[in-house]
Design a protein around this ligand. Structure first.
Ligand SMILES: [Zn+2]
Length: 212
């Protein structure tokens, strides 16, 4: 069976304006103001996650734990900002300002890694959108498709292990897309997280061989 195409940069057509217009309505300061003076914990870049409201608290914990660990561990090789804060959209406070904001939209249910078997629908696990020649700071991760893809690998895992596996996989898909945004390039690598496709072991294993 062919592996599905996991990542992509979409080149939107007619719906681009509408889609981006909707996404830009966010209650946070997306402005080029330095975060200095915001006090301890202020970061230059906010990575803001949006997810289904049914997403369980333990899933959020696992996701952020994995996301921070992934970025930190590979920081030498990932062209990503070191000073970032990963946060749920619902936890942003009024008046918080960041030099950059990356939005991560998690589509579908992210906290269920073991689901009924269905044919994997065609399409990527994650993508970003290019509009007006620029890769926009919006990341989409299709959790429903990811859960389906990881389903066989998640068999035999308990709930906590499945959440950890999903957290790591979501993180890696998001980091892959974040690199597209930071580098403003649709380029893929021959190994590591920058590959156009990652198998379930590369998505959930303790480490991706080959760095970036
Ligand atoms: Zn890609």
């Amino acid at each position: 069976m062919n592996r599905p195409r996991l990542f992509g940069v979409k080149f939107p057509f007619g719906l681009a304006g509408l889609r981006l217009g909707l996404l830009l309505v966010v209650p946070i300061g997306v402005c080029p103001v330095r975060a200095a003076g915001q006090g301890p914990g202020a970061a230059e870049t906010a990575v803001v996650f949006y997810a289904d409201r049914h997403t369980a608290e333990p899933m959020w914990g696992r996701l952020f734990e994995a996301f921070r660990a992934e970025v930190a561990e590979e920081r030498q090789e990932y062209p990503l900002p070191e000073d970032f804060m990963a946060v749920r959209a619902s936890e942003l406070k009024a008046g918080q300002e960041f030099a950059d904001v990356i939005e991560v939209r998690l589509i579908g249910r992210c906290d269920v890694a073991e689901q009924a078997y269905r044919a994997l629908p065609k399409g990527p696990l994650g993508w970003v959108v290019r509009a007006s020649g620029e890769i926009q700071p919006f990341i989409y991760v299709d959790c429903g498709r990811l859960a389906q893809y990881l389903g066989p690998a998640a068999l035999g895992m308990n709930e906590d292990q499945r959440r950890s596996a999903m957290g790591r996989a979501i993180s890696r898909v998001a980091i892959h897309e974040w690199i597209h945004i930071e580098t403003q390039s649709a380029r893929h690598e021959s190994k590591g997280i920058g590959q156009a496709e990652l198998n379930s072991r590369e998505l959930t294993g303790s480490r991706i061989p080959g760095g970036r």
